[in-house]
Design a protein around this ligand. Sequence first.
Ligand code: NI
Length: 190
Amino acid sequence: MILPIYIYGHPVLRTENAVVTPEYEGLHELIENMKETMYHTQGIGIAAPQVGVNARIVYIDVDVLAEDFPELKDVRMLLINPEITVDEDSPMVNREEGCLSVPGIHENVHRHEKIHLRWQDEQFQEHEKDIEGYLARVVQHECDHLEKTLFIDRISPIRKSLIRSKLNNMVKGNVSCNYRCKFAPNHRKR
Ligand code: NI
């Protein structure tokens, strides 16, 4: 089932995300819905809070970028309870990002070039891997969602002030989007 995407300003994007356990009800269905929603919206990554569920689940499929980044061919990851560790001295890279929850805005974000990722799969088997390059960026962006952080929280104050009115409009639901969106509650009363 294709779910609506929760948009900047909605409190679900700023709410604590719970650790997922094997007892989590409807986990398989939620994962399938997240995948279907991400492909429908042509995203390359999605985090559960973006479909209104405060759980630590991320799905990534960067295969579509394989033309520019050959190492991304067939790269798909389901991350349950992901944890990133970084060497704080490791190099940072600046590159443009966007987000399904912040439609129409693309800004440069500094991210670590290399990360170490630990996560669980749908059977709750533990995995860990060193990841670098564009995939490391996507993983950091999606895991940020689980920490209630959006990429626009990481841009310079000047850039932020330049997109302020767009963001304010987004909170009120005034944004064009080619997928179903869920805006901040009561936005029309503001
Ligand atoms: Ni995002």
